[in-house]
Design a protein around this ligand. Sequence first.
Ligand SMILES: *Cc1c(COP(=O)(O)O)cnc(C)c1O
Length: 376
Amino acid sequence: MIQVFQPTLGKEELKSLETVFNSNWIGKGKLVDKFEGLFAEHLGSTPNHVLTTNCCSEGLFSSMPLCNISKDDEVILPTISFIGAGNAVCANGSKMVLCDVDKRTLNARPEDIEKVITKKTKAILLLHYGGIPCDMDSIMSLAKTYNLKVIEDCAAGVCSTYNGKALGTFGDIGMWSFDAMKILVCGDGACLHFRDPELREKAEKLLYFGLQTKSGYQNSVAQKWWEFDISCFGHRAIMNDLTAAIAIEQYKKLPTYMQKRAAVHKFYDSNLNNIEWLDLPLPIPEGCETSYYFYHIQIKNGKRDLLAKYLREKDIYTTYRYFPLHRVPGYKVGGVYPNADYAADNTLCLPMHQSLSVNDLEYIVDTIQEFDKKYC
Ligand SMILES: *Cc1c(COP(=O)(O)O)cnc(C)c1O
């Protein structure tokens, strides 16, 4: 089976783990600090703005208290959002307000957001779909006008930029995931960026029990180092030196990963462009870099499901991301979102990862051409 997403792991990662084993320190330590430093640099930022955590979903949940979002507040998110974003808002007791998206990029547009702003709106929880940047200039000026916090779910946008600036560094909080299915992977892990370093300080406490003081060796012997106070009822959401060791090796490989993904993207674009029921190529907004996390196609003849099944029978796994939150019965939200509905019914994510061979790609394209001849 050709997988739709897949990590690329090598002997470098394995070797780095061996070093951690030999050090006998597998908890949060020097390697987590090192990775934070590297990632801060990658973002064009500095470590006082950046904090790692155990997963991006934790970042979504924690962004609610960190942005002082309370029960009476409304949070706007595109209905095509990751389930963790919806859960974060609802678990906080706040009102989840959904907005529609652009039909092709599946990103919320400024006009979609503005339509649902009310006096109670406190924040926008933005998703950059597949790492394709939203229109940040307009969205940030909208946020300024209405005095809204902006949280960027940049989980899949590890190398995405908007006008040369790293995506995820525009809003109050931005976040990237390193889970098993992302581009830079380490099992589980994530990075958060805070525009205001003071918020990073607050986050560091929230993500570690609310502890005021550092523990163990980092405390002086002048005091009893086992005593402590807390500033809040914090979580325990940290990376460790095992995951950081993998992340550091993966980080070094990011440029080659991007080259490979761009090449796959280009291959699909140029080999599928003769199929008239496909909407290609995907418009990448001017001045933006994507991370090529998804290669999503839109099927204009209503045969998306048939195509997905056909490909699966031929050992090509595809999927659609993300199931719109307004269709999740558990959220009990209404509303009409025509573009999101169109996207959810006609979009398919084709295999996209670094390990796809030329043979794989040719086989995928040939099989889609075969489907065209048989059914279209
Ligand atoms: C994967 C993903 C997340 C969650 O990341 P985890 O690290 O697995 O918690 C959040 N948002 C988006 C868009 C994702 O793709």
